[in-house]
Design a protein around this ligand. Structure first.
Ligand SMILES: Cc1cc2nc3c(=O)[nH]c(=O)nc-3n(C[C@H](O)[C@H](O)[C@H](O)COP(=O)(O)OP(=O)(O)OC[C@H]3O[C@@H](n4cnc5c(N)ncnc54)[C@H](O)[C@@H]3O)c2cc1C
Length: 439
C-alpha cells in the first residue's frame, strides 16, 4: 500500500525529513505544506540580507525543480487543524489532506514582551523572510532604532539596522552581552565590535512601554523613567515553539511538542522535529529544546527515517553553531555557559541551544590574542565545550573532538599548564586522533 506522508513546515527539519523519506520509500506520497509562499531558504541568511551583504536570491538553495525531481509535492497554505482520529489535516482555506504519517516541523516564533504599544507597526521581530523585507522597508524611513533582547538575533538586528544607516541603540538590561553563554571577555569583544560599527550600547536599561503618536512609534519609555526617542523598535527576547496545532490535536506539550527519542508525539502517527519539538534525549533521559539549523537538519533526518519505519533512535550530538556575532566569526560547541541567568532573554534565542547553558564540571583553558579568543572547557577525560572567536583554525577539529567524545587525557595536563600553547597542542592532537578529512 502506498503510504501518505504529510509534513507541515518547509524549513530544514521538514525538507530534510521529506528527502530522507524519499530515499527509503520510493513509492510513498510525500507532501510538504508550508505557510510561506517561497521555496526553502536559509533563515540564518536573513541577517546577511539585512546588512546588505547578500541579495535575496542567494538565500534560496533548493529551487522548485529539486522538489519535483524527488517527487515531493509542495503546497502553500496554513494548516489550521489536525484530526488525529480521521488522519486528516485542514488548511485555513478549507482544503483538507489525508495522511498515514504526519510530521510537525513548524518551528518557533519570536516572543514579544507584554508592554503597552508592543503591537505597533514600527515594532519588529525577525522570524522569516517577510519580517526581513518589512524591516528593510521600515529602515528606509527610520532615523533612529532601538534594539532590545539578547543572543545572536538581537545583535544581527542591531547590525542590520546600522548597516541601513539608521542610528542604532542596543539596550541591555544588565551589564554585559549574552551573559548566560559568553564569559565577560567574550562579551566585551562583541560589545567593542558593536561600538566600532557605530552601534550605541546602553547597559541597565529595561523597556517599559512603546510610545506612539498617530499610530507610529516615536519613543520608548524605560522602567527608570527615561524616554528614548526612536521610530523603530526591534525585539529579540527569545522564541517559543509553535504549539497551537499540537494543543488543538490534543498532543502532549511542555515548552515544545513532546516527543520520544524516535520523534513520535503522544499520537502514534504524528511526529515532531526541529525548533517546535522538545525531544527526549536518551543520553540524559530529559527533553531538550534547540533553535539551531544543524540540529533541525539532524532531527529532520532521524525523524524522516522513523516516519518510514527505519527504527532510528535519536543520538543527540553536542550542538554547535558557526556564526558571526558583532562581526566576529564565532563557533560555539557543547557546554560553554556559566549557568548564570541572561536577563535579556526569556527563552532560547535563534541560533541557540539549551545545552550551551549546561554546567558541567569543567576547567576552562583560555587563549586570548586580542581579536582572536579561544575558550576550551576540559572535563576529566574529554572536552565538553568550546568557544572559538576570530581565528577559526580550531573550529572543525574541536567539533570533532567534542562530538566524537575523544579521550584527551594524553594532552590534558599540557593544556592546563601551558594555555598559551593550546592552539598548537590541540591542532596536533586532532590530527593524530581525528580522521584526516575531518580536520
Ligand atoms: C534571523 C535568524 C537567524 C538565525 N541564525 C541562526 C544561526 O546563526 N545558526 C543556527 O544554527 N540557527 C540560526 N537560526 C535558527 C534556525 O534558522 C532554526 O533553528 C531552524 O530554521 C529551525 O528549523 P525548523 O525546520 O524546525 O523550523 P523553521 O525553519 O522555522 O520552519 C518552520 C516552517 O513552518 C511554517 N509553519 C508554521 N506553522 C505552520 C502551519 N500551521 N501551517 C503551515 N506552515 C507552518 C513556518 O512558517 C516555517 O516556514 C536563525 C533563525 C533566524 C530567524
Amino acid at each position: 500500500m502506498t503510504r501518505r506522508y504529510v509534513i507541515v513546515g518547509n524549513g530544514p527539519a521538514g525538507v530534510t525529513a521529506a528527502e530522507t523519506i524519499r530515499r527509503h520509500d520510493a513509492a510513498g506520497e510525500i507532501t510538504i505544506v508550508g505557510d510561506e509562499n517561497v521555496p526553502f531558504y536559509s533563515r540564518p541568511g536573513l541577517a546577511y540580507l539585512l546588512t546588505g551583504t547578500i541579495p535575496e536570491k542567494q538565500l534560496f538553495s533548493r529551487p522548485d525543480s529539486d522538489y519535483a525531481r524527488q517527487r515531493l509535492q509542495r503546497k502553500v497554505g496554513k494548516v489550521q487543524a489536525i484530526d488525529p482520529r480521521g488522519h486528516q489535516i485542514t488548511l485555513a482555506d478549507g482544503r483538507s489532506l489525508a495522511y498515514d504519517r504526519l510530521l510537525l516541523a513548524i518551528g518557533a516564533r519570536a516572543l514579544r514582551p507584554e508592554i503597552p504599544g508592543i503591537d505597533l507597526e514600527g515594532v519588529v521581530t525577525l522570524d522569516n523572510l517577510e519580517d526581513a523585507r518589512r524591516i528593510l522597508r521600515l529602515a528606509r524611513r527610520a532615523k533612529r532604532a532601538c534594539v532590545v533582547g539578547g543572543g545572536i538575533t538581537a545583535v544581527e538586528l542591531a547590525e542590520g539596522l546600522a548597516a541601513q544607516r539608521v542610528e542604532t541603540h542596543y539596550l541591555m538590561r544588565k551589564d554585559r552581552y549574552w551573559g548566560g553563554v559568553l564569559d565577560p571577555q567574550e562579551s566585551t569583544l562583541v560589545e567593542t565590535r558593536l561600538a566600532d560599527e557605530r552601534i550605541r550600547v546602553h547597559r541597565g536599561v529595561d523597556l517599559a512601554a512603546v510610545v506612539e503618536r498617530r499610530g507610529r512609534v516615536v519613543a520608548i519609555d524605560t522602567r527608570s523613567g527615561a524616554r528614548l526617542p526612536c521610530d523603530l523598535l526591534a525585539v529579540a527576547i527569545g522564541t517559543q515553539p509553535r504549539l497551537d496545532l499540537a494543543r488543538q490535536a490534543g498532543l502532549a506539550t511542555g515548552r515544545g511538542i513532546w516527543t520520544d527519542d524516535t520523534f513520535r508525539t503522544s499520537d502514534a502517527d504524528i511526529y515532531a522535529a526541529g525548533d517546535a519539538a522538545e525531544v527526549l534525549d536518551p543520553g540524559t533521559g530529559e527533553r531538550v529544546l534547540d533553535s539551531l539549523w544543524s540540529v533541525a537538519i539532524e532531527q529532520g533526518k532521524a525523524a524522516g527515517e522513523n516516519l518510514c519505519g527505519v527504527d532510528q533512535p535519536y543520538r543527540r550530538e553536542a550542538p554547535f553553531n558557526v556564526t558571526r556575532i558583532g562581526g566576529v566569526t564565532t563557533t560555539l560547541i557543547g557546554a560553554v555557559g556559566s549557568g548564570a541567568r541572561d536577563e535579556d532573554l526569556v527563552t532560547l534565542s535563534r541560533g541557540d541551544s539549551q545545552a550551551w547553558r549546561e554546567r558541567l564540571d569543567a576547567f576552562a583553558v583560555v587563549s586570548d590574542a586580542g581579536a582572536n579568543r579561544l575558550r576550551v572547557l576540559l572535563g576529566a577525560d574529554r572536552i565538553v565545550g568550546a568557544v572559538v572567536m576570530g581565528d577559526q583554525t580550531l573550529s572543525r577539529p574541536l567539533q570533532h573532538l567534542i562530538r566524537g567524545r575523544i579521550d584527551i587525557r594524553p594532552v590534558r595536563d599540557h593544556l592546563i599548564q601551558r594555555p598559551s600553547e593550546v592552539i598548537q597542542v590541540l591542532k596536533g592532537f586532532a590530527q593524530r586522533t581525528v580522521p584526516l578529512a575531518a580536520v
